[in-house]
Ligand binder design. Structure first.
Ligand code: SF4
Length: 358
């Protein structure tokens, strides 16, 4: 059976195709020139191209559907070789800015939100993915391919800088080995060249695995889906809190090696009447005191089948103001792609879990 090339790190390819500069050529043509057929790698000898094609394949992930939002974000549904589907979202963080003579003043900025599993075991109450249960982990190549296919689909310049967040379907720390390998492949200088410092791993808070991630010293940023300031509320939203409570998560974060120029992000999904009071804001300040932290406030995005509601703009603003007044860095994240079911699992749910589209 042919092996899926994006599953392999640079060193592994170099070990199979000597001399080692051949690996650089393969990576450059696949990840920077977006070839879909090894025959197109014209700098490789013909025999090596044939050898590559005999033992490896680039087919394993395909775009099954996509939806473009009014704000420029694009949601992708990918079909895997076994028919399962996963999602990723290309988020337009800043539009291109031009002067009167059409010169580019500032480049558009993008972030890609990736999936790491088919489904998820964590079962968060507010999440569509959780409703579909868990199927399997993604391989490193299936994670990497989401970026490659999006860049190829958009004909993005190979040099175009991107940020990556592991925040789509699945819990990345539940698939740590493959995610760590994907981080390394994505950051390869001859490939997609996305520095680990531009990659953020977002976790529901599996404390021992936060420690394991820290020991791996991958250089990625850490984001914690906190969403509540007391264990009772958090347990209601995230059953994982039964195994790893808030205190254990904060302790693991305090021990995590943080680049002194960076901060740990705390995601806080604001839900009306559940966690949006000023009392909660005060507790949050106390909980994170002494940490190099940044809080991302996200207003809940109502979806079919959920009883939760979005808080008012005034409640979000008051919450944010309290944090800022007390010295805690905090931004309100815009709900990008709100018109394209951009919360994880929503496109997949609507199109059917095993879609066979496009
Ligand atoms: S929010 Fe993330 S961790 Fe929680 S169930 Fe959904 S995919 Fe899993």
């Amino acid at each position: 059976m042919k092996r899926f090339l994006p599953d392999f790190a640079y060193d592994e390819i170099a070990a199979e195709f000597a001399p080692s500069f051949r690996a650089a050529q393969i990576f450059q043509w696949v990840y920077r020139r977006y070839v879909t057929d090894f025959e197109q790698i014209s700098t490789l000898p013909k025999t090596m191209r044939a050898d590559l094609a005999e033992r490896f394949t680039l087919e394993g992930v395909a775009i099954a559907a996509k939806q473009t939002s009014e704000d420029g974000s694009v949601k992708y549904l990918f079909r895997l070789a076994d028919g399962h589907t996963i999602e990723a979202v290309l988020l337009l963080m800043r539009e291109e800015q031009r002067d009167d003579e059409e010169h580019t003043l500032k480049q558009a900025q993008y972030t890609i939100c990736l999936s790491t599993q088919v489904g998820c075991k964590i079962g968060c109450a507010f999440c569509m993915t959780a409703k579909g249960g868990f199927e399997r982990n993604l391989s490193a190549g299936e994670i990497v391919s989401q970026v490659l296919l999006i860049k190829r689909d958009r004909l993005m310049d190979a040099e175009k800088g991107l940020n990556i967040v592991y925040m789509g379907m699945g819990e990345p720390l539940d698939n740590l080995d493959n995610v760590a390998k994907a981080i390394a492949i994505l950051s390869c200088k001859d490939g997609l060249n996305i520095s680990p410092r531009r990659q953020t791993l977002s976790t529901s808070g599996i404390s021992p695995k936060i420690a394991a991630l820290g020991k791996m010293n991958l250089g990625v940023l850490l984001a914690i889906s906190l969403h509540a300031v007391d264990n009772e509320t958090r347990l209601r939203l995230m059953p994982i809190n039964k195994a790893y409570d808030i205190a254990s998560i904060i302790a693991a974060v305090r021990a995590y090696p943080i680049d002194l120029r960076k901060r740990v992000m705390f995601e806080y999904l604001m839900i009306k009447g559940i966690n949006d009071s000023l009392e909660c804001a005060k507790k949050l300040v106390k909980l994170l005191s002494g940490l190099r932290a940044k809080v991302n406030l996200i207003a809940f995005n109502p979806h079919e089948g959920s009883d939760f509601e979005r808080p008012s703009a005034a409640a979000i603003e008051a919450f944010q103001r309290l944090l800022l007044d007390r010295g805690l860095l905090c931004v309100v994240r815009q709900s990008r792609g709100i018109d394209i079911d951009a919360a994880c699992g929503q496109l997949r749910e609507r199109l059917g879990v095993k879609a066979a589209l496009v």
